[in-house]
Design a protein around this ligand. Sequence first.
Ligand SMILES: Nc1ncnc2c1ncn2[C@@H]1O[C@H](COP(=O)(O)OP(=O)(O)O)[C@@H](O)[C@H]1O
Ligand SMILES: [Mg+2]
Length: 417
Amino acid sequence: MTSLRARITALLIAAILAVVGLATFAASRALQPPPPETTIEPIARQIHLLAALAQTAPQALRQAGGTVQDQPAAGGEVLERMSRFLTRALDRTGPPRSAIVNRTGSEGTLTASVALDGGGWLITPVPDPAAPDNQWRSLAVWLAVIVTGSGALSFYAARRLTRPLELLEGAASRIGADATLSKVDETGPAEVRATAQALNRLSERLAHAMDSRMRLVAAAGHDLRTPMTRMRLRAEFIEDDTDRDKWLADLAELDQIADSAIRLVREEASTADTQPLRLDILLTEIVGEMAELGHRLRMDPMPATQVRAGPIALKRALRNLILNAATHGGGAQVALSQSADHAQVTIRDQGPGIPADLLGQVFEPFFRVDPSRAKTLPGAGLGLAIAREIIERFGGTIAIRNLSPRGLLQQISLPMA
Ligand SMILES: Nc1ncnc2c1ncn2[C@@H]1O[C@H](COP(=O)(O)OP(=O)(O)O)[C@@H](O)[C@H]1O
Ligand SMILES: [Mg+2]
């Protein structure tokens, strides 16, 4: 019973049952019939009166509802206890007379036969003092109706009350690997609306913070350029040839890093050169160029596939991803397929993959799994950040996961043109 809905339902049912139970108890106490002892004596007195009438004014007796017979009333079940009860009451209220009570005729009335002094029997109806014996049955039906009714109502009420919360639950489950949150509808009761608003504000701020971090990275890259140019000029004057070459190589790498950092923002900003292009041709080009550089690449046959994107930007993104598989993963296998209205590019390698607890961070700028291992490979940890910026700009998605037993799978999905 961990869900809020189950708890509300249970609470409502318990509350309704408690109230109805108490009310039923109070009502049954208030409506209880008087005890039979208090009602039987007036009846006995009436019977004595009728017996007297039977002897003095038989005419009046008939009008009072009694008759005289030679035999006690026949037919119907004889109620032994009731007969004794009535006989005792007659003893208490007048001259002793023996009485026989039968259950005859209509429901709720009994027939009493009382022996008269001079022979013969007075026959008269008497009310049935016993409680109707279907009382418990009607109580059970009453309770069953309440249980089912309150159950259904409570379930419905709980559903209605907690429906807005499902919204939040759904939103929470859609938090992306990079902690971005899709917009939550601001509807429902006040508390839920406030929470949804807070969540939306939070995700807006988060997006803003990520954005300004990118800009910071780019600004740093940009500002590094000027001192680096000065350093390059100075390095040219180093006399020792090997020393100078090392300086220049380091500076060239720094230059590349600064360049990637700046591109991170520039890529994001431009969507102007979007055009239809053949993804299969683009991939073949990239793989061809990289194979010439000595990377180990394999390519599955590719269907002709058209997407809408900026050719230079998309090429850079795909090259970053394939290059990662070729360098960090020791070789790449590239495939292209179509599913519904999306083109799917998959890039697999058989390298070490990325530790599962770090997978969430690979798209962060400057993230590198193992900086010491990566030292031998050029790059600054910006490749994946740039690739994702570009792919998402063209309406696509990128996902990265480990393969078993080893290797990494990069999946890119782009809407087809
Ligand atoms: N195919 C891969 N196999 C193993 N590790 C990878 C792979 N691709 C990326 N990585 C890890 O993710 C990090 C970030 O990649 P990236 O953003 O391209 O930066 P860079 O390649 O410049 O280091 C890499 O440093 C590497 O540790
Ligand atoms: Mg890289």
